[in-house]
Design a protein around this ligand. Structure first.
Ligand code: PHE
Length: 367
């Protein structure tokens, strides 16, 4: 009878393949009213002889069954852990999912590079607003009142305000010349806002606007203005400054420039500076070929502008220039179409954008 019970229990232990089933087997055999527990209870009712014979057998059965259940329990738990480890394993050698990184827009990169070059030459940075008064954008810069020259820039005019004033989206960064000399912009650092006695040496990077769009023009673009006012300033200083700038910016002396006589109301004499380039391959390459790309206007500050800004032209002279930032970027980094600069095509930006952690500018050591 004991042998048969043992065989049944062993078969049940064998068949239990998860901890819950095994626990059911344990309760059925060793629980309060389990089969073995009942047998143990029956020992009390036996005669001493019977008990002496049956006792060790029943106790032996209980010990073997308890031992086998404990063994099986350990085996089932180990198997469960193995299965869990296998299914939850993390493969640390898998490549991470691709992460999109932002990049510095070429225009901002080029501006930083230009600022670094001019900073090394002792220029500081001034800024002005995109929406400008007619006075700063035109009148103070010696554009005659009601003169077609005001239309020359394809100006975006704003609607007249309550005071009858018609502001403009600034057509160039030159109005900041006026702001610096007249010191009217409270946003400028105190040393400028309080009125700066010359010498003045500033550059003005910023956005500018004109109704214009083709391969080399966009309605919004960027300029960097330069203004130097001191005693005894002449065209030689202007030419040296610009040629030094171009060489450092393009990181080569091989760039060829030419100055063409030109007219701006606010400079006299005036010139436009071109760089030699090659447009034949669909891409603009500098320092070679037979094309010229106009990159900046410049000249000696007109005496009327000095007067309009409270400076005596018999004491102070100066030069100014305004360069197209985007255009210079297109030239330096070989982009086929200026309009792509502002098309906000992420693929274009990923290709032409710059790392935010760029190495220092080799020309200046600044980053
Ligand atoms: N403001 C001129 C332009 O936008 C450039 C310029 C700046 C010319 C300073 C002379 C002096 O075309």
């Amino acid at each position: 009878m004991i042998a048969q019970l043992e065989a049944e229990i062993l078969a049940a232990i064998e068949a239990a393949n998860d901890p819950a089933a095994l626990e059911a087997v344990r309760v059925a055999a060793l629980g309060k009213s389990g089969s073995i527990s009942e047998l143990l209870k029956s020992l009390g009712k036996m005669s001493p002889e019977e008990r002496r014979e049956q006792g060790p057998q029943i106790n032996g059965l209980r010990d073997r069954v308890a031992g086998l259940i404990a063994e099986k329990k350990a085996a089932l738990e180990a198997a469960e852990l193995d299965a869990k480890l296998a299914s939850e394993r993390v493969d640390l050698t898998l490549p991470p999912p691709p992460r999109r990184r932002g990049s510095v827009h070429p225009t901002m990169q080029v501006m930083d590079e230009m600022i670094a070059v001019f900073a090394e030459m002792g220029f500081s940075v001034a800024e002005g607003p995109d929406i400008e008064t007619d006075f700063n954008n035109f009148t103070a810069l010696n554009f005659p009142e009601k003169h077609p020259a005001r239309e020359m820039h394809d100006t975006f005019f704003l609607q007249e305000d309550a005071k009858g004033e018609r502001k403009v989206l600034r057509t160039h960064t030159s109005p900041v010349q006026v702001r610096v000399m007249r010191a009217t912009n409270e946003q400028l650092p105190a040393w400028i806002a309080n009125g700066q006695e010359p010498p003045i040496r500033v550059i003005v990077p910023g956005r500018t606007f004109r109704k214009d769009s083709d391969q080399t023009h966009t309605p919004m673009f960027h300029q960097i203005e330069g203004l130097v006012i001191d005693k005894g300033i002449h065209m030689g200083h202007l030419k040296w400054t610009l040629e030094t700038f171009i060489a450092k910016f393009f990181e080569t002396d091989a760039v060829e420039t030419r100055f063409r006589p030109h007219h701006f109301p606010f400079t006299e004499p005036s010139a436009e500076m071109d760089v030699r380039c090659d447009r034949s391959g669909g891409e603009v390459k500098i320092g070679q070929g037979s094309d010229w790309l106009e990159i900046l206007g410049c000249g000696m500050v007109h005496p009327n502008v000095l007067r309009n800004c409270g400076l005596d032209p018999d004491v102070w002279q100066g030069f100014a220039f305004g360069a197209g930032v985007d255009r210079l970027g297109v030239l330096k980094y070989g982009m086929p179409d200026l309009r792509d600069m502002f098309a906000s095509d992420v693929r274009w930006l990923e290709h032409y954008g710059f790392s935010a952690f760029a190495a220092p500018n080799p020309a200046t050591g600044l980053s």
